[in-house]
Design a protein around this ligand. Structure first.
Ligand code: THU
Length: 137
């Protein structure tokens, strides 16, 4: 296995379980995401598509919305899993959403079906020179 920081087991399990719940009848590309909040809670999401295609919601966005609903607004790490062995890297919109609710020390893990870590990214690697809440001050 590559010499990179491995995704934590509890987030791997939560992301894979969330992927099983994906509603993706159009793309048939099932995605799961699981994040650990600042207070240590694990919260997951799956992609939810729509017949009006642009209305679909990504797995990361679902997890982030659930986190906010739970009363928290910061997370330290997130694991994302798509299908197969190709890294399911977050889309541009999800990178910005992840940016909003993380510190610069956050870690983004992309795993495969087998739970193996394909990519371990810092937030700066995920979304360099990002625009965030501080830019509005
Ligand atoms: N998708 C996610 O849920 N997260 C990603 O990081 C990339 C893409 C979803 C959106 C759509 O439902 C399907 O995967 C195919 O693009």
């Amino acid at each position: 296995m590559a010499d990179i920081r491995q995704a934590p087991r509890d987030l791997i399990d939560a992301a894979l379980a969330a992927r099983d719940k994906a509603y993706a009848p159009y793309s048939k590309f099932h995605v799961g995401a699981a994040l650990r909040t600042e207070q240590g809670n694990v919260i997951a999401g799956c992609n939810v598509e729509n017949a009006a295609y642009p209305e679909g919601v990504c797995a990361e966005a679902g997890a982030i919305s659930a986190m906010v609903l739970s009363g928290e607004t910061k997370f330290d790490e997130i694991v994302v899993v798509g299908l197969g062995d190709v890294a399911c890297t977050p889309c541009g919109g999800c990178r910005q959403k992840i940016r909003e609710f993380t510190g610069s020390d956050a870690t983004i893990f992309i795993i495969n079906d087998a739970g193996e870590t394909l990519l371990t990214l810092s937030r700066e690697q995920l979304i360099p020179h990002s625009f965030g809440p501080e830019n509005l001050k």
